[in-house]
Ligand binder design. Sequence first.
Ligand code: E4P
Length: 214
Amino acid sequence: MEFFLDTGIIDEIKEAMHWGIVNGVTTNPTLIAKSGRTQEEVIKEIVTLIDGPISAEVISTDKAGMLKEAESLAKIHDNVVIKLPLTIDGISACKVLSDQGVKTNVTLCFSSNQALLAAKNGATYISPFIGRLDDIGHSGMGLIEEIRTVYDNYGFQTEILAASVRHADHVREASLVGADVATMPLKCMKSLFKHPLTAIGLEQFLKDHQSTLS
Ligand code: E4P
């Protein structure tokens, strides 16, 4: 399972990039806005830090506009993945970009039928938003499971990118149901390392080691 950092904040990427577990980065217009910089500035810097897929989202809502934006985003670096919304225009643009060999991440996916459309048009990644589904009382993880079944039924190669991940248990469950990737905020990634028994055990080991010195 690959881990992507879900952020537009360069300092967060710099903090996690040496842990050896960050395989890529996802951004969206909200995350970019939090950085106080333009998408182009942020993406240009991220590609110098992480050698892996970096998702940058188009803002246009029409196919022609999406393709124009995709062209300039893809020019930034080979690792840039074009993030497209799950609309008729987004899915149509996905087909054009896939045929050109440009990597795509279809975002704002909330049903397995939507995921099926993205896979049919050759999306590199599908991003089901599990946290936002949980927020409205639906099962985000159930959706990941459904998409896994549909993709396996037909042998689709589109990778399931669990998005809108809010806590460590989302990562645990997503790995159990076979998501290919989980993208998560820095706080969530840090929490994966933690267990109270690890902290207690380490404290005791260090104390016992000290006792051998005196
Ligand atoms: C990432 O690709 C998504 O845009 C992001 O995970 C959405 O997360 P949120 O629902 O916490 O905003």
